[in-house]
Unconditional design. Structure first.
Length: 149
């Protein structure tokens, strides 16, 4: 925590932003320093995250790579995305299903299907697509946030 607390605001923002690209949230987490413990930092992140608006979710998702697509570039976000999806074991058949499911989800909700891939198999992710497409608009707005935790 000492290292994070000692960073300049700009450096701390670069560390925090890949977690959730919502400027207000990033600012609140960074400006909440110094933190006494990781638990204090997580409490602040959760408290600020509970206030995320629909507009903020839409902005954060606008540049998020689709599940099954390899994120390009050398940014922290791209590296994290590639690392998270690395264990999915996506073959051609799964890729075709993900491509179709992503397209259907985007057509229905006008946003990228977002799910935390780490610790899940490609089959688990595929099984979530229909459930998410059947969700109400209210559930759709909170589901991306729930799947990140």
């Amino acid at each position: 925590m000492q290292s994070f607390n000692a960073l300049s605001p700009a450096e701390a923002e670069r560390v925090v932003r890949p977690c959730l690209d919502v400027q207000r949230w990033v600012g609140e987490v960074v400006n909440g320093r110094p933190y006494d413990s990781v638990e204090d930092l997580l409490d602040r992140a959760e408290q600020s995250g509970g206030q995320i608006t629909t507009t903020e979710v839409d902005r954060a998702l606008a540049h998020h790579p689709r599940i099954g697509e390899r994120a390009e570039g050398s940014t922290t976000e791209a590296t994290l995305s590639r690392d998270e999806q690395a264990g999915l074991g996506i073959d051609d058949a799964v890729q075709a299903q993900l491509t179709e499911g992503n397209a259907e989800y985007e057509q229905q909700f006008d946003q990228v299907f977002l799910i935390r891939a780490a610790g899940r198999s490609s089959q688990e992710i595929l099984s979530e697509l229909p459930r998410c497409r059947l969700s109400s608009v209210c559930q759709r707005l909170i589901s991306p946030l729930l799947f990140l935790w």
